[in-house]
Design a protein around this ligand. Structure first.
Ligand code: FAD
Length: 284
């Protein structure tokens, strides 16, 4: 973990673009609540193939205007042509956006054609070639490994391609086992990766939602956590309290061992994030 200890920890929250007027209003309340904590930045996801392109942009601009806090759009490249990505980058530059989370994304089922980019390292390379050092670029990485990875070592080598292409840092997929993260960092150090690798943390809100996401993205829910969540049934208060305790302890351990920050997958909700933040005593 030595490579990570030199960075002052940063804290950020991720949102997804809302789809209905009610969801827009809910996110606006959430962003105001979370802005009071003074995070380093917010980020907004991007549907693969550009399905949320306009809403990602509008949400980013709304956050910047209403909270004054930096907001980074995610940009996924799968299914896109280079000129489409270039047009998005130009618009971001014109709008004063200086930070991007660069991803491959996943093709929605039934879609045809990968587009001009096969992997996220090609997107990072393209952004650097087209826009130089304008953007601070974060990429994704996977302490429990990407579901399509051939094996652990290849996945870490593929992560290194993104750093070598010019990414400034990375945000991990969420995980509940800190040892997966420590081991991952050690393996990265052996390959010479020293950029900050921020731990992604998913507050637990409901059991079914967590299971659904984890099945899709390959994050493991430890058996003891799942058993407890299942036993709580519909008792949302107990799930909430347990989730906040477990996630607070995870963050405490990660930070104590040198993690250079936490990126909260907020799911557009503020209460659990605020509670964890207060438990951690983060003073920004
Ligand atoms: P890559 O880095 O391209 O890796 C994908 C797979 O290909 C891995 O198995 C890797 O080992 C392999 N690979 C990589 N490069 C090569 C290469 N050059 N040759 C051969 N194999 C290679 N998805 C969205 O659609 N929108 C979002 O906004 C979004 N935000 C995310 C934010 C974070 C922090 C994280 C962790 C994930 C996010 N995702 C998002 C999900 C992400 O798009 C998926 O996990 C996707 O399957 C992989 O994206 P990637 O950028 O990690 O891909």
């Amino acid at each position: 973990m030595e490579s990570q200890k030199k960075y002052k920890p940063t804290f950020s929250f991720e949102f997804y673009p809302p789809k209905t007027p009610e969801a827009v209003a809910k996110l606006q309340t959430t962003q105001v609540e979370l802005a009071k904590l003074n995070p380093n930045f917010f980020s907004v996801t991007f549907g693969a193939g550009g399905s949320t392109r306009d809403m990602t942009f509008e949400t980013v601009m709304d956050i910047k205007e209403k909270t004054g806090i930096e907001a980074a759009p995610h940009l996924s490249c799968i299914g896109s042509q280079a000129d489409e990505i270039k047009a998005i980058l130009d618009k971001y530059i014109e709008s004063g956006i200086t930070r991007i989370v660069a991803l491959r994304g996943d093709l929605p089922s039934g879609s045809v054609g990968y587009g001009e980019f096969r992997y996220a390292n090609e997107l990072v390379d393209f952004i650097r070639k087209e826009t130089g050092d304008h953007f601070e670029i974060e990429v994704a990485c996977y302490p429990e490994f990407h579901p399509q990875a051939k094996n652990a070592q290849t996945d870490i080598e593929n992560f290194k391609r993104k750093i070598d292409a010019g990414a400034n840092g990375a945000i991990t997929q969420y995980f509940y086992n800190p040892f997966a993260y420590y081991r991952f960092i050690d393996s990265c150090e052996k390959l010479g990766i020293e950029t900050p690798i921020i731990a992604g943390v998913m507050p637990i809100v409901t059991c079914t939602q967590l299971q659904r996401f984890s099945d899709a993205c390959g994050a493991e829910i430890p058996r003891w956590i799942l058993k407890r969540l299942q036993e709580f049934g519909d008792d949302r208060v107990s799930i909430r309290e347990f989730g906040i305790d477990v996630t607070t302890e995870l963050c405490e351990q990660l930070l104590a061992n040198g993690a250079p920050g936490i990126h909260f997958y907020s799911m557009n909700l503020s209460a659990a994030c605020v509670a964890i933040w207060k438990n951690l005593g983060i003073d920004q």
